[in-house]
Design a binder for this molecule. Structure first.
Ligand code: NAD
Ligand code: DAU
Length: 350
């Protein structure tokens, strides 16, 4: 049985990756390593927590001694690294946590992998899951390709860019077998309601304002999270050693247009008169350094590894709304305590 480490498996994307690997690969023992920050939630995995090929380890990826011990114990065949501080607004308020987890934590993992694989790297793989934000911001035209120059603007994207460079450096310097993917905005179930879509769904449901930064004209390229998990599966198994793959939905939306679609769906689901939810839209102070547009060219992944997004956006959004409305208990649990403090700090003065 192969031991595969997934870091950050209790988070949004990580939980979908863990679920997919545990269900589809009984020949793998999946070790989910997560320190359980505010964004990590073991109830995201309650459906597979008792599976015989799944274990959870609570640990911090910046703790080098702990990582050495865990890597020595499990002798991992592969690492799928998702653990990160992931929210841009939090990185603007508190950059240091992003430097520690996203940069230092990644190097600690690279060192631990290098140590156990130093005598034989055959068949091993360190997969670093990254973001399209490393490429910076596009104007009205063009797409990010794997050749686009890195130009990050926020502390979050800069820390992810730095970690990407370090992962490549360990490949070029030490021959570590790595692969990287850079993905666009994900949406779907289990996303923490600090991110636009679940925050808006939750606020609409509660009749609270929907905060739209600036004029709502920023553009994001949205991908259903389960399609990202499929891409991670395909890249983990078939990606070329040392290569990078862009992952995206070919699905660009202006924030304000997306919010209007969401409002219509919510009015229908909640039996409210059309236009009720849109009445909650409130324009607030813009995000500092707000990137205008992200759009991914995922042609390489489609051509070389045969991956394609499976869902149309409206269908994905509808499924996402249904999931949040059916899982109010999950939402209530993650929005108690510190979430309220965060929300006040983030939105009070806007
Ligand atoms: P998330 O914030 O939902 O989850 C992050 C997880 O990492 C949490 O479970 C948290 O507890 C864990 N974690 C944080 N610091 C840790 C530490 N020091 N040690 C161990 N565990 C720690 O994030 P997400 O949205 O699921 O993103 C996962 C990865 O995918 C990140 O690397 C992110 O940069 C990347 N990514 C995200 C998106 C997106 O749209 N959400 C898009 C592209 C790439
Ligand atoms: O592109 C991939 C990235 O997508 C990931 O690397 C990040 O981890 C993930 O958080 C996401 O980053 P964004 O900053 O694009 O996502 P967010 O949901 O925070 O914001 C989406 C857009 O909506 C962005 O233009 C800012 C805007 N926004 C966001 C919030 C939270 C608002 O207008 N109001 C809000 O309250």
């Amino acid at each position: 049985m192969k031991n595969i480490l997934v870091t950050g498996g209790a988070g949004f994307i990580g939980s979908h990756v863990v679920r997919r690997f545990v269900r589809n690969y009984p020949e793998y023992h999946i070790v989910n390593l997560d320190v359980l920050t505010y964004a990590g939630n073991l109830s995201n995995l309650s459906d597979i927590e008792n599976a015989p090929n799944y274990s959870f380890v609570r640990a911090d990826i910046t703790d080098a001694a702990a990582m050495q011990t865990i890597f020595a114990k499990y002798q991992f065949d592969g690492v799928i690294h998702l653990a990160a501080e992931s929210h841009v607004d939090r990185s603007i308020a508190n950059p240091m946590e992003f430097i520690m987890t996203n940069i230092v934590g990644t190097v600690v993992l690279l060192n631990a992998a290098r140590e156990i694989w130093k005598d034989n790297m055959e068949g091993k793989r360190f997969y670093h899951v990254s973001t399209d934000e490393v490429y910076g911001s596009l104007g009205e035209t063009g797409y990010f390709t794997e050749e686009t120059r890195y130009d990050p603007h926020s502390p979050y994207s800069s820390s992810k860019a730095s970690s990407d460079h370090l992962v490549r450096a360990y490949h070029d310097t030490y021959g570590l077998p790595i692969v990287i993917s850079n993905c666009s905005n994900n949406y779907g179930s289990y996303q923490f309601p600090e991110k636009l879509i679940p925050l808006a769904i939750n606020n609409i449901h509660q009749g609270k304002n929907i905060p739209v930064y600036g004029k709502g004209e920023n553009i994001r390229d949205w991908l259903f999270v389960e399609d990202h998990a499929v891409a991670i599966d395909v890249i983990y198994h078939s990606g070329k050693n040392g290569d990078t793959y862009n992952v995206g939905g070919h699905n660009e939306w202006k924030n304000i247009d997306l919010i209007h679609v969401l409002c219509k769906i919510m009015d229908r689901k909640l039996d409210r008169a059309e236009g009720t939810s849109a009445g909650l839209i409130t324009y607030v102070k813009d995000r500092a350094g707000h990137d205008l547009r992200y759009a991914i060219d995922s042609g390489k992944l489609q051509r070389e590894l045969g991956w394609n997004p499976s869902l149309q956006f409206e269908e994905g959004l509808e499924r996402t709304v249904d999931w949040y409305l059916d899982n109010q208990k999950w939402m209530d649990e993650v929005t108690t305590g510190d979430y309220k403090n965060y929300y006040e700090r983030q939105y009070q003065l806007r």
